[in-house]
Ligand binder design. Structure first.
Ligand SMILES: *Cc1c(COP(=O)(O)O)cnc(C)c1O
Length: 356
């Protein structure tokens, strides 16, 4: 039984607060969790208010067409609502695509979002990775020509490293690629990248004018709804129709739907959070410069700092109630730190000063 899953690994999520409470006896409110790129400010207060106001609806299934959410997204992107599929997180949209195609080969950057590989292995695909850890499109082109993968994953910007391709380079790449290859453009952090640098801002309408592109987005990061599990895929109708064949009914909850619809009504809140993010990121950059540590220029809500003995440092932080991501499993010593609130960042940096 389950023979084909023998060599699969389970996704390792960032350590939950509950684990630190159990292991180190630290009060939950004392714990600083900066390991999963969540929005430290949470969603707009209006979202929380609407979810509370509608809590009595939780015995009802949501509108399975997700009409209101798709209309609101269609408005945001200037695209028809027929071009959307809703997922329990954009992760689920990635799953629909990989399971729908059952690719023999898939191609991704040397170091990128772990779920691409996990979903692809579930269907027995061979995993091809570029020699560079960050996205190098010349390497992608070369491997595409030689190996003809059925899916190419571009993480724009890239998690867990934080670098970001230019929009024009992506269009150019897609134009050259075989139409039988689905290019999945994962825009989980697009709101951050497009704020920081206009050259990174993807025109999704243009992207989906290509016959073989699926764009994915999420409410988990900039919109502060990680715990509600809402994401979306955008593509031409033919692709979307196929993805819908794999979507289970009611795949997001009644309250998640209400949260997402209302999150889109307060873009000012989202913008403020993004502004704070880059202002606060500067504190980590100054700390790195002060200590002579290398870091990756980030277009996201996290930053990678190269720190010797990162496993030990991550454990020391954990003992003090600070959860970050150790990168040593990728073969180098670094920490990926989600940018927190001003107070959280101050505490993290002061603690790092003590132990580095
Ligand atoms: C967080 C993240 C996602 C999806 O998150 P969901 O919560 O499933 O929407 C997708 N891609 C990348 C690169 C991410 O970092």
């Amino acid at each position: 039984m389950f023979e084909k899953l023998k060599n699969l690994k389970t996704y390792e999520a960032g350590k939950p607060i509950e684990l630190v409470v159990r292991e180190f006896g630290i009060e939950p409110k004392e714990i600083i969790k900066l390991a999963s790129n969540e929005n430290p400010y949470g969603p707009s207060p209006k979202v929380i208010e609407e979810v509370k106001k509608n809590a009595h609806l939780m015995h009802r299934y949501p509108d399975d067409s997700f009409y209101e959410l798709k209309e609101a997204l269609a408005d945001k992107f200037g695209i028809d609502s027929k071009n959307f599929v809703i997922g329990a997180g954009s992760d689920q949209v990635l799953e629909f695509a990989v399971h729908g195609i059952e690719p023999k080969k898939v191609l991704m950057a040397g170091i990128t979002f772990a779920m691409y590989e996990i979903y692809s292995r579930q269907v027995g695909a061979e995993i091809l990775k570029t020699p560079s850890s960050t996205h190098n499109l010349d390497e992608f082109r070369k491997i595409c020509k030689q190996q003809k993968p059925q899916i190419v994953f571009l993480c724009v910007p890239n998690n867990p490293l934080g670098e970001c391709l230019d929009a024009n380079d992506i269009y150019e790449f897609i134009e050259e690629i075989d139409e039988d290859t689905l290019v999945i453009v994962d825009g989980a952090y697009q709101e951050f990248a497009s704020y920081k640098d206009k050259n990174k801002a993807l025109d999704v309408k243009k992207l989906i004018s290509y016959p073989n592109v699926l764009y994915t987005g999420t409410f988990s990061k900039a919109y502060g709804l990680g715990g509600m599990r809402v994401g979306y895929g955008i593509a031409n109708e033919k692709i979307i129709k196929n993805l819908h064949k794999l979507r289970p009914p009611f795949n997001i909850t009644t309250l998640s739907l209400i949260a997402a619809v209302n999150a889109l009504k307060d873009e000012e809140w989202v913008k403020q959070g993004i502004e704070n993010n880059f202002k606060e990121m500067q504190k980590y950059i100054e700390f790195a410069k002060e200590k002579g540590l290398e870091y990756i220029d980030s277009f996201t809500n996290f930053i990678v700092l190269y720190i010797p003995n990162s496993t030990k440092i991550a454990n020391e932080l954990l003992k003090r109630g600070i959860i970050v991501r150790d990168m040593s499993s990728y073969g180098f010593d670094a920490l990926r730190i989600t940018i927190g609130t001003p107070q959280e960042n101050l505490k993290v940096i002061n603690t790092l000063r003590e132990i580095v």
